[in-house]
Design a protein around this ligand. Structure first.
Ligand SMILES: C[S@@+](CC[C@H](N)C(=O)[O-])C[C@H]1O[C@@H](n2cnc3c(N)ncnc32)[C@H](O)[C@@H]1O
Length: 330
């Protein structure tokens, strides 16, 4: 199995930036287990390893034997993590890591339908027990909605042409395979021509948008961040590696909370004083924001996201667009 990306960034910059020795950590995106291994090899006492993908869960179960049960595999989604940990008697952890996107296993396996360069069924579900796959979405989504997905989640400039081509094709016959879909898109938006030369395959953005919608990736991320916040012990760290500008924006905003974006020009310690004094005066709001929303949740440890080094990009080209943000629970 291919080793997974940016372990070096994680080890140097994050390993949740704190000494992980003896700590309980939560890997929200186990995948192939690269990060979980790195955490354990750095001395973490145990790692709760979550993934919604059954294949990843099975890998975690195998790895648990190798690490004398210091890995606790969990099959489930970000949005279920509080409940899943509660069932195991865990209320707090010392660090949480999200490494968003697809694992190498998912991308490389044609039968999962994530790749436009390998022929497979139109699937794209991270959790194969979810109801709707890409097949339903591609064949049944009304054109307007389809277009809005391509624009929002794919940032696809040729959304109209692509959706028209898909709708014309599916009227003749259902679209069933990844290569079939990729070819329809390529015919509508040639790689070189109408919309200028594209560095990437014309189907890249459509596949990305579909994957995000099918797996409700943005909704899951928002839910997951909230639950991670409530699970973090004081002084615990939250680290997120994202690959998509929308994801990074969600993470950035979440870390900042209301404090910096809305009550500008105030440092965290000044804000704490203001909140304390407002509470003494029994006020509910500051500048129309409920007091609890004004409280700083995190100490942001890196103002700009950490990106992969040249050396790392050479070993692992996928890390080119990775952005890592780390915050400490205050
Ligand atoms: C980029 S991979 C993680 C790779 C991993 N860090 C490693 O070292 O191998 C992302 C993983 O997160 C999982 N995932 C994505 N969204 C999820 C969600 N909402 N809930 C649970 N797992 C999720 C995917 O199934 C995938 O296996």
């Amino acid at each position: 199995m291919k080793q997974v990306h940016h372990i070096p960034v994680l080890c140097k910059e994050v390993l949740l930036g704190l000494s992980v020795k003896g700590k309980t950590l939560l890997d929200m995106t186990f995948g192939g287990g690269g990060h979980t291994r790195a955490m354990l090899n750095s001395g973490a006492a145990r790692v709760f390893a979550l993934d919604r993908d059954l294949t990843a869960y099975n890998i975690a179960c195998e790895l648990a034997n190798e690490y004398s049960n210091r890995i606790i595999p969990i099959h489930g989604k970000f949005s279920q993590i509080s409940q899943l940990l509660k069932q195991r008697g865990i209320m707090k952890v010392d660090g949480v890591l999200f490494d968003l996107g697809l694992s190498s296993n998912q991308l490389d396996s044609a039968s999962r339908g994530f790749s436009f360069s390998r022929d497979g069924p139109l699937d794209m579900r991270m959790d194969q027990s979810d109801r709707d796959s890409a097949y339903q979405l591609v064949n049944q989504t009304p054109p307007q909605l389809f277009m809005s997905w391509l624009r929002e989640f794919g940032e696809e400039r040729a959304a109209l042409r692509i959706v028209r081509a898909i709708c014309a094709a599916r009227e003749k016959k259902e679209i069933t395979s990844t290569l079939e879909l990729a070819q329809i898109i390529e015919t509508a938006v040639p790689r070189f021509g109408y919309m200028g030369s594209r560095k990437i395959h014309p189907a890249t953005r459509t596949f990305q948008a579909l994957r995000i919608v099918i797996n409700d990736e943005m909704g899951e991320l928002k839910q997951g961040l909230k639950q991670a916040e409530s699970l973090l012990a004081t002084g615990g760290r939250l680290a997120v590696i994202s690959f998509h500008s929308l994801e990074d924006r969600i993470v950035k905003r979440f870390f900042k909370g209301y404090t910096e974006s809305n009550l500008t020009g105030i440092t965290t310690s000044q804000l704490k004083l203001i909140v304390r004094s407002a509470k003494r005066k029994q006020l509910d709001c500051i500048d129309n924001y409920p007091i609890d929303d004004c409280l700083p949740r995190f100490n942001i440890l890196n103002k700009s996201p950490i990106t992969a080094t040249e050396a790392e990009i050479l070993c692992n080209p996928r890390s080119r667009s990775a952005k890592l943000r780390i915050a400490e629970n205050v």
